[in-house]
Design a protein around this ligand. Structure first.
Ligand SMILES: Nc1nc2c(c(=O)[nH]1)N[C@H]1C(S)=C(S)[C@@H](COP(=O)(O)O)O[C@H]1N2
Ligand SMILES: [Mo]
Length: 432
């Protein structure tokens, strides 16, 4: 009889080969090291990533647990049912609730994506530590909140959007199996962020010309997966080129101190990039002369599936192009009445140039009126009159185009974790 231990060792050896093969590719691409993840854990991660394609669809939040803690929503702000849909430790904004908000999303309506729970941090004792072999000289540099506020500030409007926003449509529109939180389109908010440029802080910390990556880590609890693997603090490497470009260490959201749920006292804000790049409750930033890895740029936030290499696509950077109606799902709309439908479209690659609406399965399209001057990495509100004649179920389509000449397609190529859905969403309504 094969003892349990022996068979476990055998399968570990098999996955070790796989691990070495993938790791070798990463070594070739640059000097890799598993940051903060024990080799044994890394093996389980890679094994799990490989198995993802055969898993049944997991719609609903993956049950995250703080190390040693209980499963709890862990969100501090009120989450009224007319504004939010609770999904595990996360809260999705109901798009129809945005109809009462302006261009900027108030914190009261802003979606929350927490791997564990919102930590309650004290700004008086908080500090940001900058360290690593990508700095000139030895030792950790420390900045208090007061230090950061004394530096020149910058203000910018940008959305934060989860890479998995729209994930549920891979299943409901395309019949594909995906894992992760079953967001509809409300895992996005657009706010005015004020803070200090990360480049300013890195320069003062003495970033050297050998630095290639920076790795901000959150002060929330370590993230433990369903199978009990502790992935450590939420953290994701950023290439130095982006870090020195337009990244902000934000301490204000819409003119007020950051709310607890959105990263108080300071979060990283990476305009246009996948939400995971915008680390909340940042406590330290490693500056490295070698490429860095964390589960959030290896196991997660790459595209896996039939159409991608076994190690996945390159780590995701920019978000994509989407549109949403400010209407409930299956909204009832009286016939023979002119409705002024409203919605929003957004693109990470360029400004929105046009939004077309169809109420006849895409046979005819009508151009919506854009209410904002479009900019990259924010959204543009639009409106369109619609006078339905015939009662019955109807599908509304909104299709945006941006300055890179990208138009929302009919379908999005499948990936097992359901990232970057950009296809036209079929919004069901009932004409009554
Ligand atoms: N420290 C920390 N930062 C984090 C997360 C987290 O769980 N912990 N979630 C990330 C993800 S996946 C997203 S989409 C955004 C969500 O930001 P919000 O909750 O302010 O909307 O924060 C990112 N930053
Ligand atoms: Mo996310």
């Amino acid at each position: 009889m094969i003892s349990r231990e022996t068979s476990e060792e055998a399968s570990e050896e098999a996955s070790e080969e796989e691990y070495d093969r993938r790791r070798h590719a990463q070594w070739c691409a640059g000097e890799a090291r598993a940051d903060g993840v024990a080799r044994r854990d890394m093996l389980r991660l890679l094994a799990a990533a490989g198995a993802a394609a055969t898993l049944p669809p997991v719609l609903g939040a993956p049950r995250a647990q703080a190390a040693g803690g209980a499963v709890a929503a862990g969100i501090v702000k009120p989450l009224p049912a007319d504004r939010f849909t609770i999904r595990g430790t996360n809260a999705e904004t109901k798009f129809e609730a945005l109809a009462q908000t302006g261009f900027h999303t108030p914190a009261s309506h802003f979606f929350v994506r927490n791997h564990t729970a919102t930590p309650r941090l004290d700004a008086k004792t908080w500090s940001l530590k900058i360290w690593g072999d990508g700095l000139r000289g030895a030792g950790t540099r420390e900045f208090t909140l007061a230090d950061l506020k004394r530096l020149p500030s910058t203000t910018r409007t940008a959305f934060v959007e989860c890479a998995g926003n729209g994930r549920s449509f891979f299943t409901t529109q395309q019949g594909g199996e995906v894992s992760g939180t079953a967001w509809t389109l409300g895992a996005i908010g657009n706010a005015r962020w004020r803070g200090v440029r990360l480049s300013e802080v890195l320069r003062r910390a003495g970033v050297s010309r050998h630095a290639v990556d920076v790795l901000p880590s959150g002060l929330d609890a370590e993230y433990v997966t369903d199978d009990g693997t502790n992935l450590g603090r939420v953290r994701r490497p950023l290439p130095l080129s982006k870090a020195m470009d337009d990244v902000i260490l934000a301490y204000e959201m819409n003119g007020a101190p950051l709310p607890a749920d959105h990263g108080y006292p300071v979060r990283v804000l990476v305009p246009a990039w996948v939400g995971i790049a915008s680390i909340k409750w940042v406590g330290d930033i490693e500056v490295s002369s070698t490429p860095l890895y964390s589960p959030w740029n290896t196991r997660f936030y790459r595209l896996f599936g039939d159409q991608y290499p076994p190690e996945g696509s390159a780590p995701l950077t920019r978000q994509t192009l989407k549109s949403a109606f400010e209407l409930p799902w299956n909204a009832s709309l009286p016939a023979a009445t002119t409705h002024h439908l409203t919605g929003r479209s957004w693109s990470a690659a360029g400004a929105i140039t046009r939004v077309d609406i169809s109420a006849d399965e895409g046979r005819t399209w009508h151009r919506a009126h854009l209410k904002d001057t479009p900019h990259r990495a924010t959204w543009t509100r639009w409106t369109t009159p619609w006078r339905p004649n015939t009662p019955g179920p109807t599908t509304l389509l909104a299709r945006a185009t941006d300055t890179t000449n990208h138009t929302q397609p009919e379908t999005t190529a499948h990936n097992t974790q359901g990232y970057l859905f950009d296809a036209v969403v079929r919004h069901a309504v009932r004409v009554v």
